[in-house]
Design a protein around this ligand. Sequence first.
Ligand code: AMP
Length: 423
Amino acid sequence: MAINKVKGTYDVLPTESYLWKALEDKIRSTLKVYNIKEIRTPIMEYSEVFHRQSELSDMVTKETYDFDDRGDRKLTLRPEGTAGVIRAYVENKLYATQELEKVYYIGPNFRYERPQKGRYRQFYQFGVEAIGAVDPALDAEMIILAYDFIKRLGLKGVRVRINSLGDDESRKFYQQALIDHFTPHESTLCEDCKARLSKNPLRILDCKVDQKHPAIKEAPIPQDFLNEFSKTYFQEVLEHLNASKIDYEIAHKLVRGLDYYSHTVFEIEADIEGFGAQNVLGGGGRYQKLVSELGGPDLGGIGFACGMERLLLALEAENVQLAKDTDLDAFVIAFGNEVKTTATKILYELRKADIIADMNYTQKAFKGQLKQALRLNAKFLIILGEEEFKRGVVGIKNTKTEVQEEVLISKIKKYLLEKLEKK
Ligand code: AMP
């Protein structure tokens, strides 16, 4: 019996992996100019990294892959990037050497969700965390970076949605206001929202089931509960965005799923053909308690993440080609065993000079080999027949101009480097 892939996972096939690489290259080149270095953390962590006392978000309580390993350790496959990064930041005492640590990550996350188009159980995110400073300029930098990155992808209509939840004090007032507001409607809320009402009322605002509930429309907004410090902080973030002419709007009801956010929360959107409300390409926010909850000092941070499958779908929908798949520079067409050892040697010489080259290994006849070379978009054919071989030469044919020249075997590399302008 053939074994299939696990539900909610997918294979990236050799014909499409270049798209992933192009996206990753774009991420890395963008992060480089922002002077942000990569961090790589394990995909599994002790469960308590994600299942913290205070962390009551739906995702973390219901959707994680939790398991006991053979040594009876309680482990969890990471459902998101931030908590593991903070765990590493604390464990490696990065705060001791750098006042502000800015890092990015790219990698797979795991959530036991109902799979649907663009939603998987193993999916990839890249994200950025700036840990150790509370400064509106830093919030602005993260927003500008996320915005800039989506623009660099070549997507249109890129804009930011931003809101502030305020500091701890402001949030507490706001949470109480939400509890007061929703309690009379409790019996008409969905089961999840009933539970959220006492634990995490902010989550009710972005409930997928209750989206159209009239009480959500009429719910109080965080802005009305910001204290002076939080108001000024938010105002300053906006001033930075104004100065840099970032296209943004204040989204009064934006609260974002995870409940560790404080002050700034934001999302980046773009106009994407056929995406409708699914046009959010990334989001994030400021957090204050995460570092101390994971055993570190009382330091705040801000970060964001983008789902990479969604980015690739967006690029496809908008016909943006980040890159082309690599074409072959040269394909060696060879006949006969004696000749083939020479072909192997030629290939090695060419590849050492970074000429992208290949040959046929399935004993195809000339026509078959030619077809294969053309399918691979080879720029040059190196034709090595018995007769040429005896004279120490090959025929090199430019597949575009169809011009063929005879070249000494010892001069193939030089000839191709010149023609390919790879000197
Ligand atoms: P979140 O971490 O839930 O705020 O999600 C951030 C982004 O990650 C979303 O906008 C999605 O693009 C992506 N994402 C979240 N969950 C999944 C999933 N199960 N499959 C694919 N992408 C996802």
